[in-house]
Ligand binder design. Structure first.
Ligand code: HEC
Length: 340
């Protein structure tokens, strides 16, 4: 009896992770962009020639000026993702779940030098995509399958573990072999009282397991079972002295993890920065992971507003140890201004 129920459950579970998408399925996904596949980017993102080549940094004003003289070098792109892949595509989860489809739509740049910067055309030139396949399909590169589709969305022009795609995307092994270039930017700003809230729903997570858990009773960074996983925020901070308060929970017997909170002046997205100040704390056992307790862990002195071009501070949470089953649940960090 029990065995029967068990096998029915297994059968049901495996039927939902259907086989790999067929060629027509993939084409249909491209055709459903904007409907079943939501846009991550909101509007076309410019891909400067040099930016795309280095896959780094927002370009310097000099570079923008130089490229304005030759706008044919630029392209635009939109990124689409299906529902299950959305949290990862927006930086709330570290790894895209099996079945995720990412589609990048490449648009030409229309050159109108006199009228300022190039603007995106509307007719796609080509689509490149990534499909998260079953475990073991492409272990070297996150089990991704790569594919390309013609600009009219009518023809699948390639699919597979395409060597050229894999070779270049291998450099993004820290972020599930995706570039993070299209992840929406969230810059945290001060409330009316000058405090800056770094909530778990706005964090960018990196690593293997730790993620934002949106369920109302959780509403926290959780699944922090891998010590190396880290969380990151971007924040705009006015000069002054701040008190740093974390809101943490930790299950019975799992307390004691040492955690660093680093405040850095970063210049680039996703690339490690030099850190300017640190706070350290030891996670307190609160009896339950969702039993949150506010704790002041130190102060932060901001000498001048960050950073170059007002791009903000990087606030990064880096566990140093994990004595229990998980580091902690972290709902938020609050930076509260102190009177001098
Ligand atoms: C020379 C390096 C390079 C090669 C080769 C390359 N990519 Fe990418 N890919 C990037 C960079 C850089 C980005 C982000 C910025 C951009 O789009 O220019 C990106 C972004 C993407 C994205 C959006 C998701 C993400 O990672 O941000 C998809 C989908 C994608 N590439 C698919 C492909 C496919 C399919 C191929 C092979 C046909 C391929 N790429 C080959 C560098 C590369």
């Amino acid at each position: 009896m029990h065995i029967t129920i068990f096998s029915v459950l297994i059968a049901t579970a495996s039927c939902c992770v259907a086989g790999p998408l067929t060629d027509p399925d993939l084409l249909a996904k491209v055709q459903q962009r904007g409907t079943a596949l939501e846009e991550v980017t909101k509007s076309p993102v410019i891909m400067h020639r040099v930016t795309a080549a280095l896959c780094a940094e927002i370009p310097s004003p000099e570079l923008v000026a130089e490229e304005k003289g030759n706008p044919h070098l630029d392209k635009f792109a939109r990124l689409y993702v299906d529902k299950i892949g959305r949290p990862a595509a927006e930086g709330h989860e570290p790894v895209h779940p099996e079945g995720t489809v990412l589609i990048k739509e490449k648009l030409p740049a229309i050159a109108e030098i006199e009228k300022g910067p190039a603007r995106p055309g509307t007719v796609p030139e080509l689509f490149t995509g990534m499909l998260k396949r079953e475990k073991g399909f492409n272990p070297e590169c996150g089990d991704w399958e790569f594919f390309t589709v013609s600009g009219d969305a009518q023809k699948l022009t390639s699919r597979g573990k395409t060597a050229s795609c894999v070779e270049c995307h291998l450099q993004y092994s820290e972020s599930d072999f995706t570039s993070r270039y299209f992840v929406p930017r969230r810059l945290m700003e001060a409330a009316a009282d000058g405090s800056v809230l770094l909530h778990s729903r706005d964090a960018y997570v990196r690593g293997k397991k730790m993620r934002y858990e949106p369920q109302p009773n959780k509403n926290t960074l959780g699944f922090w079972t891998v010590k190396e996983d880290t969380a990151l925020w971007y924040a705009k901070l006015a000069p002054g002295l701040y008190e740093v308060e974390v809101l943490q929970g930790c299950g019975k017997g799992s307390g004691g993890a040492e955690v660093l909170v680093d405040f850095g002046l970063g210049s680039s997205y996703g690339i490690e920065e030099h850190f300017i100040q640190q706070c350290k704390f030891t996670v307190e056992d609160t009896g339950h992971f969702q039993n949150f307790k506010p704790r002041v862990i130190g102060t932060l002195e901001v000498k001048k507003e960050a950073g170059e071009g007002g791009r903000g501070f990087n606030v990064k949470v880096i566990p140093q140890s994990k004595p229990g089953v998980a580091v902690m649940d972290l709902r938020q960090i609050l930076l509260r201004p102190l009177k001098p």
